[in-house]
Write a protein that binds this ligand. Structure first.
Ligand SMILES: [Ca+2]
Length: 121
């Protein structure tokens, strides 16, 4: 699991900085971009195969197959074997405890805005 640990450590360093710079909405947009880079274009979800194909984009090419599998399993809350965009975002936040602390407020603010804007449409 050394590869996962290293990748996670990099996210831990990166995400709080991004959160601070971009604010909640910008951070969600970055995560969403990351999701699009990693997803299976035909299915619109991240699978182990799409993760493997695109992992190099995020510098995760050193992760072994079973590490990629366990990443997907860890994030897959509805058990369909793939990561939806929301599952991916939640996983990224879970992998980064520092980010959770620092950006929970930003995230809440963002979700609040989303709720408010969706209430108007
Ligand atoms: Ca899923």
């Amino acid at each position: 699991m050394a590869g996962v640990g290293k990748a996670v450590a990099e996210f831990e360093d990166l995400l709080p900085v991004m959160a601070e710079k971009l604010g909640g909405e910008g951070l969600m947009r970055e995560l969403s971009n990351g999701f699009e880079l990693l997803m299976d274009k035909e299915r619109g979800v991240i699978t182990v195969e799409s993760l493997k194909r695109n992992a190099a984009v995020l510098g995760l090419q050193d992760l072994r197959h079973d590490e990629l599998v366990s990443m997907v399993e860890e994030g897959d809350t509805d058990g369909d074997g793939a990561l939806s965009e929301m599952e991916f975002c939640v996983l990224m936040f879970r992998l980064s405890p520092g980010l959770m602390e620092e950006s929970r407020l930003l995230l809440e603010e963002f979700l609040q805005q989303e709720l408010e804007s969706s209430a108007f449409y």
